[in-house]
Design a protein around this ligand. Sequence first.
Ligand SMILES: N[C@@H](CCC(=O)N[C@@H](CS)C(=O)NCC(=O)O)C(=O)O
Length: 209
Amino acid sequence: MRGWLLLRAFDIDFECEVVPLRSNDWDRFIADNAPARTVPALRVQNGSASFLLWDSLAIAEFLHEQHPRAGIWPDALDARAAARSITAEMHSGFAALRDSMPMNLRRRYPGFEPQADALFDVRRIETLWEWAGSQWGANGAYLFGDRLCAADVFYAPVASRLRTYGIELDANSQLYVDALLSHPAVREFYRAAEAESWVLPHVELDERG
Ligand SMILES: N[C@@H](CCC(=O)N[C@@H](CS)C(=O)NCC(=O)O)C(=O)O
C-alpha cells in the first residue's frame, strides 16, 4: 500500500506488478530481484539498464529526490523534519499493533478487543497525529495540511487497521482516519483489494493458528 501510494498519490507514472505473497509468483519475484525479499520493490529504468530499490522508506526518499516538486515531503524545513520523524517512527515501530492487527482491507472485526500493548501503540499514534496536525496541519484534512504527504502515506496502513478492527479513537484522530481513507488514491487501492480473488490465511485473524 505504501509503495503504491507513494507513486499514485503524487501522480508519478509507473507500471504495477501485483505479486501475491506465498505464491509461485512470489518465489519467482524473489529469485528475479535478489537481494530484495519484500514488497514494495521499485525497478527503475535507467537508459537501457535498470536498477532495483526496495523498502518503502528508501523508495520515498528516492522518489522525493527524483520528483522534488511532487509534494512527497512538506515544503517547510521544520514540517519536513517532523514528517520524516513520525514516518520513521512508524516505519520502525508499532510492532504490537502490526503483529496483532494484520492489515486486511476487506475484513471488519466488530467487537475486536485490542491487546494492551497494541493499544499503547494506538495512543502513541494519536499523540503523534495531534502533535503534527496542531503545528503544521493548518486545519487541513491531513497531517501537514490540505495535501497528502509521505507521512500520511506511511500511516495509511495504520488507518486501515484501525478501521478493520474498529478501534475507538479520539475525535480528531477519527476525523483524520476518515479523511485519509477517503483520499482518491487510497479509495482506488481499496477497490483493487476488493477485486482480488485470493485470501492469505496468515492475515485472517479468525484463521490464524
Ligand atoms: N520495512 C519494509 C517492510 C516490507 C514488508 O514487510 N513487506 C511485506 C508485505 S507488506 C513482505 O514483503 N513480506 C514478505 C513475506 O511475508 O515473505 C518496507 O517498508 O518496505
